[in-house]
Write a protein that binds this ligand. Structure first.
Ligand code: G3P
Length: 214
C-alpha cells in the first residue's frame, strides 16, 4: 500500500517524509491557496523533499489551457504529476498528455463510469473522492473499491488513489480492499500513529522499570 500526503504544507510533508513512510504527495488548488505561497515554488519544494509523485493541478478548464499549464508544470520537476479534473476537456487533455508520457492524475472522480473513461484515456492515476460522497449520504468507499475493481479486471496501468480521506476507519477500508494508494491529510497519519494502549503500555513498562531499580 502506498501512502501519499494530501497537503501543500511543507512542514507537514517534511515531518512525514522523515518517518520514511511517504510515497508521494497530492495537492489541489484549495490546499495550495491555504498556504499563501507561490504555486510553482511550493510544488518544487515538495518535489525536492518527496522525490516521488507530486500531483499539481491545472486551473484551466478548457483543453488548450490545460495542456499549456500541464506543459509548464512538468518543467518544475521530474516528479510532477499533472492533476486534471474529470471533464470532457479534461479527458481529451489526459489522452494528449499520456501520449506524450506526461503522467496525469484524473481527479474529482465520483462514478465508476468516469473512472473507466479516465483509465481508457491513459490516466496514470485516478482519484475517487471518498469523503465528499459520504458527505452527501453515499458510500464513498464503495466507489474507491469499484475503481480498483475496474483497474484490476481490465488490467489498466492506472493506479487508484483513494482521496478525500477523512479518518483512520477510511484507511482501514482502503487496506482491506487492496486499493493501491491512500492520500491522507497529515491529521489522519497522526491519528493512525496513536493507540491509547501503546501509551499505557509504555507508562507501565517505565514505572515497573523504575520500581525494580529503586
Ligand atoms: O486532494 C483532493 C481531496 O483529497 C480533497 O479532500 O477533504 O477536501 O474532500 P476533501
Amino acid at each position: 500500500m502506498q501512502i501519499f500526503l494530501d497537503t501543500a504544507n511543507i512542514e507537514e510533508i517534511k515531518e512525514i517524509s522523515s518517518l520514511g513512510i511517504l510515497d508521494g504527495v497530492t495537492t489541489n488548488p484549495s490546499l495550495i491557496a491555504k498556504e499563501k505561497k507561490d504555486f510553482k515554488s511550493t510544488i518544487k519544494a515538495i518535489c525536492d523533499i518527496v522525490k516521488g509523485p507530486v500531483s499539481a493541478e491545472v486551473i484551466a478548464t478548457d483543453y488548450e489551457g490545460m495542456i499549456t499549464e500541464a506543459e509548464e508544470l512538468v518543467k518544475i520537476s521530474e516528479y510532477v504529476v499533472v492533476k486534471i479534473p474529470f471533464t470532457l476537456d479534461g479527458l481529451k487533455a489526459t489522452r494528449y498528455l499520456s501520449d506524450k508520457d506526461i503522467p496525469v492524475n484524473m481527479t474529482l472522480i465520483f462514478s465508476p463510469n468516469q473512472a473507466v473513461l479516465a483509465c481508457k484515456a491513459g490516466a496514470r492515476y485516478i482519484s475517487p473522492f471518498v469523503g465528499r460522497l459520504d458527505d452527501i449520504g453515499h458510500d464513498g468507499m464503495e466507489l474507491a473499491i469499484q475503481c480498483q475493481d475496474i483497474v484490476d479486471t481490465y488490467g489498466y496501468e492506472t493506479e487508484v488513489i483513494a482521496a478525500s480521506v477523512r479518518h483512520p476507519e477510511h484507511v482501514l477500508k482502503i487496506m482491506e480492499n487492496g486499493i493501491d494508494i491512500a492520500t491522507l491529510p497529515h491529521k489522519v497519519v497522526m491519528q493512525m500513529l496513536k493507540h491509547p494502549l501503546t501509551d499505557i503500555g509504555i507508562e507501565k513498562f517505565l514505572s515497573d522499570w523504575k520500581n525494580a531499580n529503586k
